[in-house]
Design a binder for this molecule. Structure first.
Ligand SMILES: Nc1ncnc2c1ncn2[C@@H]1O[C@H](COP(=O)(O)OP(=O)(O)O)[C@@H](O)[C@H]1O
Ligand SMILES: [Mg+2]
Length: 598
């Protein structure tokens, strides 16, 4: 199997166009809205470009009227038109945003769901090495990035380029080519400068994000281990470690800010120089009487109107780069392949009685450390096979392989003759009920936690499962009964209670195959006996793989396997193994020595 480093996606940086192309499907969902938004966008730009023209006509009208005897009429229509255009440019922009908001928000929803589903598709190996805090941050930044990219590439970069071109065309048509030359030069220098500096800054953005993930992971991990922190009085240590993470983050953010200041100043300088040069040209031409006062006003208005969006473009470009970094990381997560996948021609498992066969199975979590070697055994349908052995021998690993949390390295596991590699994971897992070694619960009520075994179960079925798992007494003693909330990961109920809730859940699921991983290890002897009776009842018609620490619970098994360092060293029924006088007999003797009551 593959091994994972902590949150180690993505392996490579993908080109920007691929990220932007990845957004396309989100745009096509609401074609109508996108088209309407573009229409509003063009309307807004036309209105904006027309404002300085209106201004020019007003000034020229006043200029011409001066010195004439007749009282000057106020150019009402022109002034009203000027106001309407101004309002129009804002109104159309707002309409555009309102129409498009739906598209961006739906995209965020879609992509969040996709990431969530993908995370559930990834194999257990990934999840064992993930760091929840950092992962959550990556997803949050990624979805926000998607929304930003959608709103700004389409509605800022493209329209600003359009606007610059329009203004340049107007100036070129009406005035001397000097203005257009200055504008184009300024735009080119501005864009080149912004792109270069922003590229250089991108690594600070990545660095700051990595540091942010790091400190968030630490905070989440520390809070999850709240009790351990208290047991060892290590609040100070935790704070220091968290603060170290924050300090790195602070440094990264500082670099980010300083480089930003440099970028902003450079951009402002380019604009100021260009505006000064254009002002010189305009004033000189006006002084020479080549252009009117209205023309000077219009040129000035265009400069402001042009350089403001250009400046905004600088900001937007920067933010887009940042969003691209964030989205790239999230896409990397989405492209993270799962180590365990369905084959394209995977069939549904037909479990029938659910006979299990391990065929010369070899397995290692890490290449250099074999865990299971040549494990070979069979559980005929309806039979019970028990696995015993020291802690770390590989017993739980057997259960994980059967459930296909990992794929075997050599050999095969078959259920009712079908290799589990060749069937769908869904149908395989539907056939197996697992009572895990350390059950965890959802932060919800006892009722919902049991109902999780089969969400469409009736209340009656849930109550029956609870009493089969010997939960009656416990639940009756609770003031809120079934509605009691169990706390995060089920930390508000005891280990034995948790285990029984886990058993009730599996009873409700009612699968043909049962895997009990030390299912009764956290119970006292009395409730253990009660549960054993219940489990014996459940296991009667089922194929059962029971992993046990206490040998008394598996005396009745049809076959007992003794696992030592990943190899089956003894196998047989209880009595035969005792007679053999080997490892099992020793284990039994140790657990049942007279001075020990287990
Ligand atoms: N995800 C994992 N990655 C690496 N090693 C693991 C992993 N899970 C378990 N192991 C190791 O594999 C060995 C067998 O584990 P397990 O099957 O849980 O033992 P047990 O017999 O006590 O149930 C142990 O030494 C354990 O440290
Ligand atoms: Mg175990």
């Amino acid at each position: 199997m593959r091994t994972y480093a902590d949150n180690d996606y993505p392996a490579h940086h993908r080109p920007d166009w691929r990220i932007i192309a990845g957004l396309w499907p989100y745009l096509t969902e609401f074609r109508g809205r996108v088209v309407l938004a573009v229409i509003f966008l063009v309307a807004a730009k036309l209105a904006t470009v027309a404002v300085p023209v209106a201004l020019k006509f007003i000034v020229d009208y006043l200029e011409e009227g001066r010195g004439q005897e007749a009282a000057l009429a106020i150019p009402v229509l022109l002034v009203l038109g000027y106001g309407a255009l101004r309002f129009g440019s804002t109104l159309f922009n707002e309409l555009r945003d309102a129409v498009f908001a739906r598209v961006a928000e739906r995209a965020m929803r879609r992509v969040s769901l996709r990431v969530f589903e993908h995370l559930h598709r990834l194999d257990l190996g990934f999840h064992l090495s993930r760091r929840t805090g950092g992962l959550a941050r990556d997803i949050e930044r990624g979805t926000n990035g998607i929304s930003f990219l959608l709103r700004f590439t389409l509605f800022n970069i493209v329209p600003t380029i359009l606007e610059v071109a329009l203004v340049a065309a107007i100036l070129f048509a009406v005035f001397s080519p000097g203005y257009v030359t200055v504008i184009l030069l300024a735009v080119v220098v501005y864009v080149l400068f912004s792109v270069k500096v922003t590229e250089w800054r991108t690594r600070f953005v990545r660095e700051a994000n990595a540091m942010d993930n790091e400190s968030n992971s630490r905070a989440v991990d520390s809070l999850l281990n709240f009790e351990t922190v208290k047991y060892f009085g290590n609040e100070g240590y935790e704070s220091r470690r968290f603060d170290e993470g924050l300090a790195d983050w602070e440094r990264a953010r500082m670099k980010n800010r300083l480089s930003l200041a440099f970028l902003n100043s450079g951009q402002a300088l380019i604009i100021a120089v260009a505006m000064t040069v254009m002002m010189f040209l305009a004033v000189a031409e006006a002084a020479a009487g080549e252009i009117s006062l209205g023309d000077v006003t219009m040129i000035n208005a265009y400069m402001i109107q042009l350089f403001v969006p250009l400046n905004a473009l600088g900001f937007v470009y920067r933010e887009i780069r940042q969003a691209l970094v964030n989205v790239e990381r999230m896409f990397g997560l989405l492209e993270q392949p799962s180590g365990v996948t369905d084959r394209p021609d995977a069939r549904e498992l037909q479990p029938d009685g659910g006979s299990i066969r391990f065929d010369a199975v070899h397995f290692a979590y890490q290449p250099k450390r074999p865990i299971l070697e040549n494990v070979d055994f069979e559980v005929p349908a309806g039979h019970k096979v028990a696995v015993v052995g020291a802690s770390g021998a590989g017993k739980s690993t057997l259960a994980r392989l059967l459930f296909r949390f990992f794929d075997v390295d050599a050999g095969a596991i078959r259920i009712n003759g079908q290799a589990i590699r060749d069937v769908t994971q869904g149908s395989l897992r539907a056939a197996i009920g697992v009572v895990p070694q350390d059950a965890v619960l959802f932060n919800d009520t006892i009722y919902s936690n049991i109902a999780y075994g089969r969400p469409d179960a009736t209340e009656e079925e849930i109550h029956r499962a609870a009493s089969l798992a010997h939960l009656d007494h416990f639940i009756d003693s609770l003031p809120d009964g079934f509605e009691t909330r169990v706390g995060e990961r089920g930390l508000k109920v005891s280990g034995g209670e948790k285990q029984r809730i886990a058993i009730a859940r599996v009873l409700l699921k009612d699968p043909p195959i049962l895997v009990l991983d030390e299912a009764t290890s956290s119970l006292d002897t009395a409730s253990e006996q009660a549960i054993m009776d219940a489990l014996a009842e459940v296991a009667r018609q089922r194929t059962t793989l029971a992993i046990a620490h206490r040998l008394s619970t598996i005396r009745d098994a049809d076959q007992i396997l003794v696992l030592e360092e990943g190899r089956v060293v003894e196998r047989g029924r209880h009595e035969a193994l005792l007679e053999q006088g080997g490892v099992y007999a020793q284990l039994w003797a140790r657990q049942h020595a007279p001075e020990r009551s287990d």
